[in-house]
Design a protein around this ligand. Structure first.
Ligand SMILES: Nc1ncnc2c1ncn2[C@@H]1O[C@H](COP(=O)(O)OP(=O)(O)OP(=O)(O)O)[C@@H](O)[C@H]1O
Ligand SMILES: Nc1ncnc2c1ncn2[C@@H]1O[C@H](COP(=O)(O)OP(=O)(O)OP(=O)(O)O)[C@@H](O)[C@H]1O
Ligand SMILES: [Mg+2]
Ligand SMILES: [Mg+2]
Lengths: 264, 264
């Protein structure tokens, strides 16, 4: 039974897409403990109309035929939207700008927040993990992702505006758990573009650990230009520069996600 | 007659709020040419439910009584929402999380995109500039800001995902100009967190200048931790650390905005 992970934070530019792409790729490539053999099957769902996660794995705007919009509001099965990527075991359900219309079109629907969960139900057993990249908002697309998910990974920067938004996000996750999806848990906060040299970093990490305790991942992702370069080649860091600090930190992060999930 | 500037980009975390706050503060503090004497009157409108621009000038969540939501959907006049800040000549119309509801509530309204323009019309003459901070989306709030504005400042990072979103934003601005607001112009793209040392920076700036030509500001904003620290003190950089490279680059930027506008 695949575990569904939403990567969400309404604060913009905190590393959601970079985390969704590189976590999904590292999970697919990593064999986990010896007994599991090589690789897992992982699906990356791009649920942001910007389509960054899609282009991050090689499906830029021009290369996408069917997208998540067609499954969400058209009459296409979700399975028909799924495409392979250059990483063995990693598949993607790409997004295009059509998805901008979904926010308006879904509003009139009953049970509009449960749409994605219903679409994923028939295919969740085919994957070990499903990773959903969310847009920078708390609107209907993010609510759909939270309603479909088992856990939420919350990327954030060690900066004030990121900290300010955390309370609103945690409230939203609690509300979704109470009303729409009782199994939803916060897997953890992931510090991205982490710079240990500034006071701000230490002030923010102390404050977050004080509030969220164990729900903070031990792995931190350093600022590393190779992570910002990889998307222009349509590849996850693992394929672009596997020995970079950025790529290695996401491999370590994937291991921690598996370890934590195993204990769940 | 005040000039209305929207600071917009659906890509998250590119420096919209940091630009809106520090541009507004620098415009208010700067006297411009000798003839103008000291200071101008500037209004900062926080149109993002995250409320970051509000807390960036000292109005964090607990300190806000009336917000833009009350004017937009309640029966409060916009003038009653406006508050002074610590910068002489700078005023703010703050936002709270209530604004999240506006996206849904405005949908059923006729001429929903023109709501903000109608609210600002009675007060625009009281200010030299009105600067609007937008959320990271192309939804109803950003469309309202673009419909009310004379010009758009587009902050962006010199990174691939930022570049990818530019075309969608320019298309949206063109659409608003054709259908909703014929005077809307792109004042320019502003490179934020600019790091001259990476190849990526030069690849992206070349590509943007090739497409947008003169609609790129000469001023670039360097990455400077003092800009990220200032919001935790509720102050624009001008009050937090006026001699920092970050603050000085925004003073220079404000001068360029005035110079370009004068030629308009
Ligand atoms: N650890 C890192 N080191 C260096 N650059 C990074 C890192 N993580 C992300 N980036 C870059 O920072 C920018 C923001 O990251 P990203 O787009 O993943 O954030 P996001 O939260 O998905 O943004 P949005 O809110 O727009 O969806 C991108 O240009 C990305 O390439
Ligand atoms: N020039 C700079 N140097 C260093 N840090 C910066 C700079 N500009 C912005 N920042 C920091 O980077 C983060 C993103 O900036 P900001 O919040 O202004 O972007 P935004 O586009 O308004 O984000 P959102 O899409 O969430 O509204 C913030 O933590 C901010 O303090
Ligand atoms: Mg993203
Ligand atoms: Mg902002």
């Amino acid at each position: 039974m695949g575990r569904i992970i939403a990567v969400a934070n309404q604060k913009g530019g905190v590393g959601k897409t970079t985390t969704a792409v590189n976590l999904a790729a590292s999970l697919a490539a990593g064999g986990g403990s010896a007994g599991e053999g090589g690789g897992r099957r992982v699906l990356l769902v791009d649920f942001d109309p910007q389509g960054n996660a899609s282009s991050g794995v090689g499906y830029s705007r021009g290369k996408v035929e069917l997208s998540v919009y067609d499954a969400l509001l058209g009459d296409v099965a979700f399975a028909d939207v799924i495409r392979p990527t250059e990483v063995r075991g990693l598949f993607v359900a790409p997004a295009t700008a059509d998805l901008y219309a979904a926010e308006l079109e879904l509003i009139a629907e009953a049970e509009r927040e449960g749409r994605l969960a219903r679409l994923l139900a028939p295919i969740v057993d085919r994957f070990d993990y499903i990773v959903i990249d969310c847009p920078p908002s708390l609107g209907i697309l993010t609510l759909n992702a939270l309603t479909a998910a088992d856990g939420v990974v919350v990327p954030m920067l060690c900066e004030y505006y990121s900290l300010e938004g955390l309370a609103a996000l945690v409230d939203t996750i609690e509300r979704v758990r109470r009303v729409l999806n009782p199994r939803l848990a916060i897997d953890g906060v992931l510090f991205c573009m982490y710079d240990p040299r500034t006071n701000l970093t230490h002030q923010v990490t102390e404050e977050v650990r004080a509030h969220l305790g164990a729900r903070v991942f031990e792995t931190v992702i350093p600022r590393n230009v190779r992570l910002a370069e990889a998307p222009s080649h349509g590849k996850p860091a693992l394929l672009y520069d596997a020995s970079s600090r950025g790529s290695m930190s996401y491999v370590q992060f994937a291991d921690e996600v598996v370890r934590r999930g195993a204990g769940a």
